[in-house]
Ligand binder design. Sequence first.
Ligand code: ATP
Length: 219
Amino acid sequence: MLKTNDLGYWYDRQENSLFEHVDLEFKSGTSYAIVGQSGSGKTTFLSLLAGLDKPRAGQIELNGQPINKIGLTNYRKSHVAIVFQSYNLFNYMSPLNNLLTAMAVTESSHKGDKAFAADMLRKLGLTDEQMKKNVQKLSGGQQQRVAIARTMCCDAKLVVADEPTGNLDEENTKFVIDQFQKIAHEQNKCVIIVTHESDVAKACDHSYRLAKHEFALES
Ligand SMILES: Nc1ncnc2c1ncn2[C@@H]1O[C@H](COP(=O)(O)OP(=O)(O)OP(=O)(O)O)[C@@H](O)[C@H]1O
């Protein structure tokens, strides 16, 4: 589904490239972890896959089409859903309105379907009362559940997550990992997670380690 061809990236004034000649393939129905030391370039790599930044070398293809041909704005709107460590919800809205807004903006096939959004939030453990409150009144674990429900309500086949369990306790971490596995296996999406946590990496179908400017398959 997603392929990197000879991908390379470095920031201005950086002595060495973060990575070069990266040829990886990510399939739908599969979850992947990206691990590596702090500062190795994991978030940067994810931001290229998400179309938030452009590679310095090489290109990324989605189903055989270079993403710059799709157009990065269009790519981000229709093909990628992003989950951040810090949730990135509209903090003046309720969980329900966060989902409905994302569904409208991305023109999801479920656009406007309030019952569908509510059902998704219920599946992720929110009560009917919680889904109507301002998201700021929810705990971190609950906010991350809303962010995950948001990706499930949108049609994007690629889900990328940057340290999605970084702020969560053990119980919420386990729950969130299970949800990502469901997104991959039940919704047939491609899930790519940057993580420092070995439990999260182990739970994914495959794990790549970024070290010495290269990605190596660990499992
Ligand atoms: N906008 C930027 N401009 C210049 N250098 C940057 C920028 N963003 C990141 N870097 C540098 O690039 C390197 C890789 O950063 P990146 O955030 O991708 O690493 P990471 O592996 O995700 O790290 P961590 O695990 O700590 O989040 C780091 O040395 C960082 O300081």
